[in-house]
Ligand binder design. Structure first.
Ligand SMILES: Nc1ncnc2c1ncn2[C@@H]1O[C@H](COP(=O)(O)OP(=O)(O)OP(=O)(O)O)[C@@H](O)[C@H]1O
Length: 765
């Protein structure tokens, strides 16, 4: 049966508004409670499927929003005179469920091959209250999606979807889009198309640098010669930073990926200097320099780039560059993407879009692995068609919290280069570097020609345990020897605190976590963590725990006579000291999750006399902002510390907390502009926050801590993956400690991968 449409645009209302996933969906009404019958019936009757969805929602398996979406499809279809097959409603709800889990779409073939694990059902951490037990036989009200889909074929799904008015290939405004075997919510399909079009359009633009003999290309080559000294290549025949610079300069769209300390920041600063050099020499541009903006997805990531970029820019050999490049030509101020795009309260629509594009020639986005599909689509929407976009990030880190894995997908083929002969010849001519055969490919795709991977870490020495462990995890090369070294504290910078005890008791582990969180256990590291030197030959301070910042808070001599500047200075040093240590964990709930660990650690610190209480607001409480607050200028991911201030100090608008007649509580946050200033905010004004003695690895992305402790639970869950462990380890700058509820969980986690369903890579191929 072929579907007939009354009009070209039968779903004429604003679909995005109706299906806005970020709006609070009212709980779907639960209809009936009788048994829907057996499985074969279940997929024959619409009401039966809807009842099943209600049961799954009640059990916390799927969200109210997912059920609402299926019901919406049914209602809209009926308005159009169509009765969608129950299978379509089921697939609609499951697609919505998958988007909630970070996937961009559902691949039907993958879904049908193993529905329960594709959908991650039953969930690890159910949020419902029902005692729904999961799949059983007999009573279909207890049937799970796996059981329900077990006898359905891909062809049946395609046929049901093909006959539904609510589904199209994207050429009609339908709530669902089917592309091959990939089923999308329309909004996410549109984002993917928008991003792909933005990339392809830029890759197709002719480059003024394409001819190596052109004046612009010659300037680029000269600039790279100045910026990259031959000694960079010592120990490695290829200077990948130089290659990355050249590739990114040549394309209107480019990606530079690399692990921690491989020189992404250094490379991009050199790239910007080289591009300004080319602009300075250009007769076409009449010497006008490019307007460049730097952005990162979170305030924390922006602040970190702010810190590192200034130093890199100040080291540039500007005087030797062609084109009269000055310090003012290279920006050092990094903003958040939301601020750059102009976010507005209560809407996801930004001030800058295709009708009001950004005034920018080159946009650099750092920590791009954290940018989700929605935000990346907004970036392309706001970027002028001829503006250059450069993405920086570590492709192996966890993907964004919301749907999509854009950077990971763009970099899928990066390890093997896939550079076409024309690219190879051009790179050789511009950089004077021979491109390894292993990176050449006559069949390379256009996107490959714009992706560069940095391969040498400059931050970690060869023998660094953090480096070896991270590499082993990332390349699936974790072997008994590396594990043994970690267990026996044979690395200078890594300890596995209970690595020799396969299954320690929960009580023992909790005591260990508490003690470690307080002191940082320097004695557990080889040589008590002493004797190491940093890049500049200065002694590295030994690993610390939370006692470090809390002691600073307790042992100052400021009082009501001290100035605001003095309190600001104290807050800066306390915030700095707090960032010297962080406990990370994988889960949110339970004894191994953020909630349990925060409580545990707070009670331990209270027992040690380091904080005055363990609940509510108190001096010393560290907090993590969990949602953007534009009125206060706070961004998701910002960290602040609570101080008890003498009446009148630190803030103009102090109000007595009632805590004591002489003091008020204020939370100190670093200013988001990278100025190093402190903002004092009353706790009562803070809306979305949590205590942050423990932080999820997800939230830690874009941050780095001098000493990082990763806590893994006592059993495997789908959340524990290679990407999570790698991201956790690479948050450590100098010291890394591991505590596990069961030693095997570490290796088993590394065996699990995050695979997000998406079609971006195939659209770009
Ligand atoms: N080619 C190089 N030669 C020597 N040192 C370098 C080189 N490139 C980078 N470095 C040094 O290595 C360190 C890390 O560099 P950089 O901050 O650029 O790396 P990154 O990849 O941006 O790091 P992150 O993981 O923090 O994002 C810095 O101290 C930098 O000065």
């Amino acid at each position: 049966m072929s579907k007939t449409r009354n009009t070209e645009n039968q779903f004429t209302f604003d679909l995005d508004e109706a299906l806005d996933l970020e709006k609070k969906a009212p709980a779907a009404p639960v209809h009936g409670s009788g048994s829907p019958g057996n499985n074969s019936l279940a997929l024959n009757q619409t009401e039966t499927v809807l009842e099943l969805l209600d049961h799954w929602q009640q059990a916390g398996w799927i969200r109210p929003l997912d059920v609402r979406f299926a019901r919406l499809i049914q209602d809209l279809s009926e308005e159009q005179g169509d009765a969608p097959q129950p299978l379509v409603l089921l697939l609609a709800a499951l697609t919505s469920h998958q988007v909630g889990r970070g996937h961009v779409c559902v691949d039907l073939a993958t879904l049908l091959a193993d529905a329960d694990s594709t959908l991650s059902l039953p969930p690890e951490e159910p949020n419902g209250t029902s005692s729904f037990a999961g799949p059983t036989t007999g009573d279909a009200s207890q049937t799970g999606p796996g059981e329900l889909l077990a006898r359905v074929s891909t062809q049946e799904c395609l046929s049901a979807l093909g006959n539904a008015l609510a589904v199209s290939d994207g050429s009609h405004t339908t709530p669902l889009v089917l592309n091959g075997t990939r089923l999308y919510l329309r909004r996410f399909w549109r984002y993917e198309q928008q991003i792909a079009a933005g990339i392809l359009q830029r890759l197709a633009q002719p480059s003024t640098l394409a001819d190596p003999a052109s004046p612009a290309a010659v300037t680029l080559s000269e600039a790279l010669e100045v910026l990259f000294k031959p000694q960079n290549s010592v120990g490695s025949p290829v200077d990948y930073q130089k290659l990355a610079c050249a590739l990114a300069a040549r394309n209107r769209f480019a990606v530079i990926t690399g692990g921690p300390g491989t020189g992404k920041t250094t490379t991009v600063v050199n790239l910007l200097a080289a591009l300004q050099s080319v602009a300075g020499e250009s007769t076409e541009r009449e010497g006008r320099k490019y307007r460049i903006r730097l952005a990162a997805p979170t305030g924390k990531a922006a602040a970190r780039l702010n810190e590192s970029i200034g130093g890199a820019v100040s080291r540039l050999p500007l005087a030797q560059l062609p084109g009269q490049v000055t310090l003012a030509d290279i920006p050092t101020k990094v903003t958040t993407l939301h601020r750059l795009l102009g976010s507005r309260p209560d809407t996801r629509k930004f001030r800058h879009n295709r009708d009001n594009p950004l005034l920018v020639d080159i946009l650099v986005i750092d920590e791009a692995s954290m940018v989700d599909l929605d935000l990346m689509a907004s970036v392309f929407d706001a970027l002028p068609a001829n503006a250059q976009l450069i993405l920086l990030g570590d492709k192996d880190q966890l993907a964004s919290v919301d749907a999509g894995a854009v950077l990971g997908e763009l970099c899928q083929r990066a390890p093997d280069g896939h550079y076409q002969p024309a690219t190879v010849q051009w790179l050789q001519a511009i950089t004077g570097t021979d491109i390894p055969i292993a990176l050449q490919d006559t069949e390379g795709q256009p996107l490959d020609q714009a992706v560069a991977m940095l391969r040498k870490s400059y931050r970690f020495a060869e023998g660094s345990g953090i480096r070896q462990l991270a590499e082993a995890v990332n390349t699936n090369a974790l072997n008994a020897n590396t594990l043994q070294q970690a267990r026996n504290a044979e690395f200078e910078d890594v300890i596995w605190l209970n690595g020799r005890n396969k299954k320690p008791s929960l009580e023992d582990t909790q005591a260990l976590i508490c003690g470690h969180a307080g002191s940082g256990s320097p004695q557990a590291f080889s040589n008590n963590g002493e004797g190491r030197i940093d890049d500049n030959g200065q002694p590295l301070s030994p690993p610390v725990g939370y006692r470090h910042y809390l002691s600073l808070m307790q042992n100052h001599n400021l009082d009501s006579n001290s100035t605001t500047e003095q309190w600001d200075e104290l807050a800066k040093s306390v915030l700095q000291a707090f960032s010297d240590f962080q406990v990370l964990c994988a889960l949110r709930r339970g004894p191994w999750g953020v909630e349990g660990l925060n409580e545990l650690i707070a009670h331990h610190l209270l027992g040690q006399g380091l904080i005055p209480r363990a609940e509510g607001w108190y001096a010393g409480r560290p907090v993590l902002i969990t949602g953007n607050d534009y009125n206060l200028g706070l961004m998701n991911g910002d960290v602040g510390i609570t101080f008890s201030l003498p009446w009148g100090a630190g803030s103009q608008n102090t109000q007595n907390s009632g805590d004591s007649p002489q003091t008020v509580l204020r939370v100190a946050f670093p200013a988001s502009d990278g100025s190093g200033a402190i903002r004092w905010i009353s706790p009562s004004r803070l809306q979305q926050l949590e205590t942050v003695y423990a932080m999820t690895v997800h939230k830690s992305q874009g941050s780095e801590f001098n000493h990082t402790c990763l806590v893994l639970p006592d059993r495997l869950s789908p959340v524990l993956t290679k990407e999570l462990v790698y991201t956790g380890i690479t948050r450590a700058k100098n010291w890394f400690s591991l505590i596990t509820g069961d030693t095997s969980v570490f290796s088993e986690s590394v065996g699990q991968r995050v695979v997000r369903a998406s079609g971006l890579a195939s659209v770009l191929a």
